[in-house]
Design a protein around this ligand. Structure first.
Ligand code: NAD
Length: 362
């Protein structure tokens, strides 16, 4: 039986990396039936909404989706499809492994960090009050009455929401992940010294949940200190669990430590649905050039294969990717140190991987 998977090519560089990844997945021998989902500006133009119900229904039915990046208009326009998708499907855990592969230009070696980012609340709750509106005026009034603080009249508000329920759930996920994957340590990052009523809840929940996992080391760290330590000595970290905004930022930081966004995969996981997508965005300036690195999306598909319990195939594909990177011939511009040879194109990376997989099979 083929796996039915919702395939969302996205926009910008999304369609080209999706096509490259699809070809490689099909070369693994695993059978897929793809259900294509259109979202973002294209869906807005065609169906009047950037996230059609049809796409959500397809993911709910298939339980698994592979997704390319989707552009979010900045400042105005529709809200992020990526955030809406995670919230609508309650994909509360964002899993982003950051690992050094041999041959990748990076000052660091032997980094193997897994970021576990809370995916549904915090400053991404979507509760915002634009300046000069009834909502912002009412909120300013409430703040004055309850805290005796007068905010400036030209203020807008984005609300940071942290609940004990979501905090416990994500920290539990991080520990369960650590246990299942033989990881030794979980670090919880926060800013509870300043944000006592939001990050304070996250920190308390993390400390409580940690007591249930005596065999796994636990530590907590203030987010700014974590960033400094990560760039000095990233090898000291194993699994890091964070609220949504810090998780977003720190996963890009960690991607930078291991060679850049072109190598950083991700998964958004709920209780019985998962959407796999690279950490990076739609990089519009490179769209349509067949130039960018498809490996972050391919490594996301490796995570998808593991989720589907195709462990051997996932390991083979990850090994093929690691070999192609280490050989340094069929790699895109972002991984190139030797400029004497031209960089490979997106589709040439896929060709090289398909060739490797064929040889593995033989
Ligand atoms: P971005 O990740 O798209 O690109 C930043 C830079 O990183 C690029 O200019 C490029 O130099 C590099 N880069 C990214 N992906 C690469 C790849 N595969 N290979 C080689 N280099 C790569 O970030 P941005 O420019 O801030 O965002 C562009 C758009 O993407 C925005 O609309 C943003 O909202 C959206 N976005 C979407 C997602 C998602 O779909 N999950 C995630 C992040 C950003």
């Amino acid at each position: 039986m083929p796996y039915r998977v919702t395939l969302i090519p996205g926009d910008g560089i999304g369609p080209e990396i999706t096509e490259a990844t699809k070809r490689v997945l099909e070369a693994t021998g695993v059978k897929f039936e793809w259900e294509i989902g259109i979202v973002g500006q294209k869906a807005q133009d065609k169906f009047g909404t950037p996230l059609p119900d049809e796409v959500l229904e397809s993911i709910k039915k298939n339980k698994v989706a592979l997704k390319g990046p989707v552009t979010t208009p900045i400042g105005t326009g529709f809200r992020s499809v990526n955030v809406a998708l995670r919230q609508s499907l309650d994909l509360y855990a964002c899993l982003r492994p950051c690992k050094t592969y041999r041959g990748v230009p990076s000052p660091f070696k032997n980094v193997d960090i897994v970021i576990v980012r809370e995916n549904t609340e915090d400053l991404y709750s979507g509760i915002e009050f634009a300046r000069d509106t009834l909502g912002s005026a009412s909120l300013a009034k409430l703040i004055l009455e309850t805290t005796n603080t007068k905010v400036k009249e030209d203020s807008g508000f984005s609300i940071k929401v942290i609940s004990e329920t979501a905090s416990r759930r994500i920290v539990k996920f991080a520990f369960e992940y650590a246990r299942a994957n033989n990881r030794k340590k979980v670090t919880a990052a926060h800013k509870a010294n300043i944000l006592k009523f939001s990050d304070g809840i996250f920190l308390d929940a993390a400390r409580e949940v940690a007591k249930e996992y005596q065999n796994i080391e636990f530590e907590d760290v203030v987010i700014d200190a974590l960033c400094m330590r990560l760039v000095r000595n990233p090898q000291q970290y194993d699994v890091i669990v964070l609220p949504n905004l810090y998780g977003d930022i720190v996963s890009d930081l960690c991607a930078g430590l291991v060679g850049g966004l072109g190598l950083a995969p991700g998964a958004n996981i709920g209780d019985n649905i998962a959407v796999f997508e690279p950490t990076h965005g739609s990089a519009p300036k490179y769209a349509g050039q067949n130039k960018v690195n498809p490996i972050a999306m391919m490594l996301s598909s490796v995570m998808m294969l593991r989720y589907l319990s195709e462990i051997k195939i996932a390991n083979n594909l990850e090994k093929a990717i690691a070999d192609v990177i280490a050989e340094g011939k069929s790699i895109t511009y972002d991984l190139k140190t030797d400029r004497s040879q031209p960089a490979a194109t997106t589709s040439e990376v896929a060709d090289a991987l398909i060739e490797k997989l064929k040889r593995q099979g033989g």
